[in-house]
Design a protein around this ligand. Structure first.
Ligand code: GLU
Length: 270
């Protein structure tokens, strides 16, 4: 099973890559430009090798916080929406410039849950992805934080970009979803608390014993943690998409993953 999945990974044509806020920003909330540049380089290389890539990028709220020198995520929805609106602009501006240096064009797609739940809207979104990829453009996706309203939150929002990335992977029938995080993968216990904890390299079946390995952790700037990543793995693998969680501290790791190297945690598709 693992052998087959490794071969599928090296042959993956359509890849969704997700990066979180903690990968894209420094602890003070400012953008980690060196890392974003390496990300742009790695993804450009994949695209130059005729692979189709979709980037799901967090960071709107985090970058907005950095812009206003806030060190904690605000609790009020209005404030979060305003920060997301400011931060998303900054983020796309930088992505657009970085990818341009490697001769690639980017496009912004902001989604809410209603866009994929509704048949007509979903079809429209799928068509947009298809056309962009035909043009060789890199779609950069984020949740449309500035239109999501608190009262109807659970109905309208994905809530986190791990889930969003899996939904997108399913929507575009991706061959592979790679979630880049600030941790090497899924451990059998929380590595921040237990020095003996071991990295799980392959998950063939996502059962309760695996769910028990995930704590609720996340950072002050992001929202993720292992729980949302396992949720994403559930959606992706059920939709027939292999998924890998790996450390994004050097995004060039993407190229090693696509060479079939045993990196991070691989969740094998069902
Ligand atoms: N959409 C949020 C942002 O761009 C991030 C959500 C997440 O990190 O899961 O700040």
């Amino acid at each position: 099973m693992e052998q087959r999945a490794r071969v599928e990974i090296t042959e993956a044509q359509r890849i969704v890559v997700k990066v979180g806020t903690s990968t894209l920003t420094h602890q003070n909330g400012k953008m980690n430009l060196a890392r974003m540049d390496r990300l742009a380089l790695a993804i450009s290389e994949l695209m130059n090798g005729d692979r189709e890539v979709i980037l799901v990028s967090s960071g709107a709220i985090g970058v907005g916080m950095g812009k206003f020198n806030l060190t904690r995520r605000p609790l009020g929805m209005g404030m979060k929406q305003a920060l997301a609106a400011v931060g998303q602009c900054e983020l796309m501006n930088i992505y657009s410039r970085l990818f341009a240096t490697y001769n690639h064009t980017v496009a912004q797609i902001l989604l809410t849950k209603t866009d994929v739940d509704d048949d007509l809207r979903r079809k429209n979104v799928m068509n947009t992805f298809k056309s962009l990829m035909e043009f060789g453009v890199l779609p950069i996706v984020n949740e449309n934080d500035s239109v999501s309203v608190d009262e109807i939150k659970s109905m309208m929002m994905f809530g986190d970009n791990d889930t969003l990335s899996a939904v997108v992977a399913k929507l575009v029938s991706a061959d592979l979803l790679i979630i880049l995080s600030d941790i090497d993968g899924l451990y059998d216990s929380n590595p921040k608390e237990n020095k003996e904890s071991k990295l799980i390299s392959v998950v063939e079946r996502l059962d309760d014993s695996i769910r028990e390995c995930a704590g609720g952790a996340g950072t002050k700037r992001g929202t993720g943690g292992m729980v949302t990543k396992l949720h994403a793995a559930e959606i992706a693998t059920k939709a027939g998409v292999n998924m890998i969680i790996a450390n994004g501290s050097d995004p060039m790791i993407l190229l090693d993953i696509l060479e079939g190297k045993d990196i991070g945690t691989l969740f094998i598709r069902q």
